[in-house]
Design a protein around this ligand. Structure first.
Ligand code: HEM
Length: 403
């Protein structure tokens, strides 16, 4: 019996007031003590840490991709999702994930540290130059964004001339993960899918003729062997890695940075001791204002989550940002504490879809965060940071700073 079938229709994910600060509403949602039914969205929402974690781990709750209609115009967008790691379930998910998992494990990723530090140093010097010339720079466009884009592009072997396209394409595609989008946004997502897939196809063809040691070559060889990977799966996997490989990292840095600048204790410690606290600060950045707020699952069998029953075919969403503010798990949950430890934040998800790029994201953030404050100990916000109007992928458009 679903005891908490409250009508929450008035709570709207697209309401600009909600997006500006969703946390008070989510604190109210947690008070229900169980997942709640959202009538307008026709899905359950799991705002508490235990329930959101259970949603991500339940074997009978899957990521089921619903192709968009009409199928002919959405064709590329549809297969880029249907054939990707993120939108598939076992056994396909196990097969696809195992093909790339090795490349993203901790040991492989740690080897990238020198290159990441080199890129960070280059970006710091670009920011310094901009500061000298204009008196300010943008933490998003000039610092947080270029690093993960360059790192994932290099890992997959995207030619430098094409790297500037990755963020705009990815931005266009991920607009479809929000609730309610315009015709123009849909057209842009279709065009971006097509262009993105075309670029990766070219890269694959090229690497088949001229193999190197990069991941695309490795996957292309698996595809040619013809047993474990189809061409579409190969392309969809590379596009996913390129997208997922930067989008949340940019927003994770920006969200945490703005929050830190608004917490005097956090700014003080970042100015005085950024390197020593980098590892715990990164976890707290992702906990305090999570860059990915909501992930849906669909029930393939009746599933009990926190006292409610998700019926077959019904959807339930894990609210990660809300779970990360759950007072029953995090003491002083509304306070940013960059030394918080332990910090069981679930910003990287959980269960079989747990973020494949977590070691890479952690490494990038732990390198770039202290470097910024070491280079600019007097860093200050210059004016109000500009937030994106979206809830699911939560982040800033720009963060002007001076130093
Ligand atoms: C701070 C940065 C990041 C955050 C917060 C983040 C968060 C997440 C989350 C929450 C999921 C699970 C989605 C679900 O359960 O439905 C996920 C999956 C994934 N992430 Fe990340 N991510 C980040 C960075 C990265 C990076 C750098 C990569 C680079 C490879 C990456 C690659 C992936 C992939 C491939 C998946 C799908 C895994 C699967 O379905 O098995 N992510 N990420």
């Amino acid at each position: 019996m679903n005891t908490f079938t409250t009508n929450w229709a008035e709570f709207d994910l697209n309401d600009p007031k909600f997006v500006a600060n969703p946390y008070p509403v989510m604190a109210q949602l947690r008070l229900a003590g169980a997942p709640i039914w959202h009538d307008k969205m026709q899905m359950w929402l799991a705002p508490r840490h235990a329930d959101a974690s259970a949603v991500l781990r339940a074997k009978t709750l899957g990521r089921i991709f619903n192709p968009r209609e009409p199928a002919d115009i959405w064709e590329t967008f549809n297969w880029l999702h249907a054939d990707s790691i993120l939108d598939s379930e076992p056994p396909k998910h196990t097969r696809l994930r195992s093909l790339v998992a090795k490349a993203f494990n901790r040991g492989q990723i740690d080897r990238l540290a020198p290159r990441i530090n080199e890129l960070v140093a280059q970006l710091i010097s670009d920011c310094q130059q901009k500061l000298n010339e204009t008196g300010s720079f943008d933490v998003i466009a000039d610092y947080a964004e270029p690093l993960p884009v360059m790192v994932i592009a290099e890992l997959l072997g995207v030619p430098i001339a094409e790297q500037d396209q990755l963020r705009p394409w990815s931005q266009a595609i991920v607009k479809m993960y929000e609730y309610g989008n315009t015709q123009d946004q849909q057209a842009a997502a279709r065009a971006a899918s097509y262009e993105f897939a075309a670029l990766v196809s070219e890269m694959v063809e090229f690497r088949k003729k001229q193999p190197t040691t990069d991941l695309v070559t490795e996957l292309a060889l698996v595809e040619e062997a013809g047993e474990k990977l189809t061409l579409r799966e190969l392309i969809a996997t590379c596009v996913l890695l390129l997208n997922a490989g930067h989008e949340a990292s940019v927003n994770g840095f920006g969200n945490g940075f703005v929050a830190a600048m608004q917490h005097p204790d956090a700014v003080a410690i970042l100015r005085s001791n950024p390197r020593e606290i980098a590892a715990t600060a990164v976890e707290e950045f992702l906990r305090f204002d999570s860059p990915l707020q909501l992930f849906e699952r669909t029930a393939t069998a009746e599933t009990n989550i926190g006292g409610i029953t998700v019926e077959v075919g019904q959807k339930i969403a894990a609210l990660l940002g809300s779970a990360n503010r759950d007072e029953s798990v995090f003491r002083n949950a509304t306070v940013m504490d960059l030394t918080r430890d332990p910090n069981p934040q679930i910003g990287f998800g959980g269960g079989i879809h747990f973020c494949l790029g977590a070691p890479l994201a952690r490494l990038e953030l732990a390198a770039s965060l202290p470097a910024l404050f070491e280079a600019f100990p007097k860093l200050e916000l210059a004016g109000n940071p500009v937030m994106r109007p979206t809830f699911v992928l939560r982040g800033y458009e720009s963060i002007a700073v001076t130093a």
